[in-house]
Design a protein around this ligand. Structure first.
Ligand SMILES: Cc1cc2nc3c(=O)[nH]c(=O)nc-3n(C[C@H](O)[C@H](O)[C@H](O)COP(=O)(O)OP(=O)(O)OC[C@H]3O[C@@H](n4cnc5c(N)ncnc54)[C@H](O)[C@@H]3O)c2cc1C
Length: 400
């Protein structure tokens, strides 16, 4: 059986490692960047307890390797930038394991090492299409080391090529993108806070929000967010140190020591700051008429408010790898049914995660009041949804 995975990011590496263990399955994972690419070095990720749980159940060795490269995410605190605390949650109140705090580049390093020789780097894909011999199968062509290469008669093509998935565009069309009306930046700085910043926290000045946490080895990840018009670009004057200082400095009280330190860091590091607009696109787990499975950001685009992008890429891959492993061990090689079964396991869950992530963005929208919005996050409906988010991962599969 021939499986091709496009993209050695979060979902792609987890899948490549699992599927390469199956007898009689030939796996190639094609990655665009070079082996030592560091383009995501400037970002930290908080990965939810639900992903940790899913990976521990399906690939405990890999979960342990990620744990070794991360700090535990155990609490969530929300304050105003003047220091007034609004919300404090120990994750153990809503789930029985912690999440991870990790540099994005470290997560990629660990996952790519674990996926080993199945990953082929520096692949420039030039063509993806249906195979002429069997329309359920696909074919792919790419340039690598100056040579054009192809794989045809692919039994299962897995698109794990991220938010702007070329596979999804080629096979199922371009998804519609919905902008949420929030600008978001990210920067990673050395920890000079003397212990002011550690576990996951957010600070509001009106709807303008700072977020920070410490990641190994000794860095602090800071993300700024503020409202913009939904279809507007982030104008250059909004990214200047003056604008950022004004955005996060409270008007009626001095900033807390934490906020002061972050404002100084944000202003001093504008040149290294990456900007994006919060956006969503509809979930799609499979192609209608051929054996193509979409996972991670290729399958769904959600706003990053609850830290569920990489988290769901891991959950997707854990569920998909477990299902395929189970079917394969039972000799059920009807590949066309696998994407359908994975979609059935993931579709409703993903609708919930996307809706919840968007609903939790309420305090960052134009005109929002973070005090009443955060108070609402201490009430049972929000806390119960958080419990569902962190615990209902759809694993282990029940017997077919
Ligand atoms: C500002 C910001 C903050 C975020 N914070 C968090 C957070 O705190 N927690 C969290 O869980 N998530 C977070 N996310 C989201 C998270 O990073 C993504 O959801 C996650 O990386 C998706 O994983 P994936 O496997 O689908 O794709 P990716 O990890 O993006 O991997 C895709 C891979 O495919 C490769 N690729 C792309 N095109 C091609 C091609 N044509 N050919 C070959 N290879 C290709 C890419 O190089 C990459 O290696 C954040 C995102 C942003 C932008």
């Amino acid at each position: 059986m021939r499986v091709v995975i496009v993209g050695a990011g979060v979902a792609g590496c987890v899948m490549a490692r699992s599927l390469a263990r199956l007898d009689g399955v030939e796996v190639a994972c094609l990655e665009r960047v070079a082996r030592d690419d560091r383009s995501e070095a400037g970002t930290g990720l908080n990965v939810g307890p639900n992903a940790v749980k899913a990976l521990k159940l399906t690939d405990p060795d890999l979960a342990e390797a990620v744990t070794q490269a991360s700090f535990a995410w155990t609490s969530w605190r929300i304050s105003l930038t003047d220091g007034t605390e609004l919300f404090r949650l120990k994750l153990e109140e809503v789930t029985d394991n912690s999440g991870w705090r990790i540099r994005w580049s470290e997560l990629y390093r660990v996952l790519r090492e674990a996926a080993g020789a199945t990953v082929h780097y520096d692949c420039a894909i030039s063509d993806i299409g249906r195979d002429t011999s069997d329309p359920r199968k696909t074919t792919i062509a790419w340039m690598q080391d100056g040579k054009m290469r192809t794989i045809d008669k692919i039994d299962l093509l897995i698109a794990a090529d991220g938010r702007y998935s070329g596979v999804r565009r080629a096979i199922s069309g371009k998804p519609d993108i919905r902008h949420t009306g929030v600008a978001i930046s990210r920067v990673l700085v050395p920890d000079t806070s003397n212990g002011l910043i550690d576990d996951y926290e957010q600070w509001f000045n009106g709807p303008k929000r700072l977020l920070a946490f410490r990641v190994p080895p000794d860095h602090i990840y800071i993300a700024c967010a503020f409202p913009i018009a939904a279809d507007a670009d982030i104008l250059p004057h909004l990214k200047t140190p003056e604008a950022l200082r004004a955005a996060y400095t409270p008007t009626n009280a001095p900033p807390s020591a934490q906020a002061q330190w972050m404002i100084e860091q944000v202003c001093a590091n504008v040149a290294d700051t990456h900007w994006a607009r919060m956006q969503e696109h509809d979930a799609l787990y499979r192609a209608a008429d051929c054996n193509v499975l979409y996972l991670g950001d290729a399958a769904h685009g959600m706003v990053p408010t609850l830290g569920q992008g990489a988290t769901q890429a891991i959950e997707d891959a854990a569920v998909a790898a477990q299902l395929i492993t189970q079917r394969h061990s039972q000799g059920r090689s009807d590949v066309a049914s696998w994407p359908k079964d994975i979609e059935a396991l993931r579709e409703k869950r993903m609708r919930f995660v996307m809706e919840f992530s968007l609903a939790a963005t309420d305090t960052m929208l134009e005109g929002a009041d973070p005090i009443s919005g955060t108070k609402h996050k201490t009430a049972a409906p929000f806390v119960n949804r958080l419990k569902a988010l962190y615990n209902d991962i759809g694993l282990p599969l029940t017997s077919p």
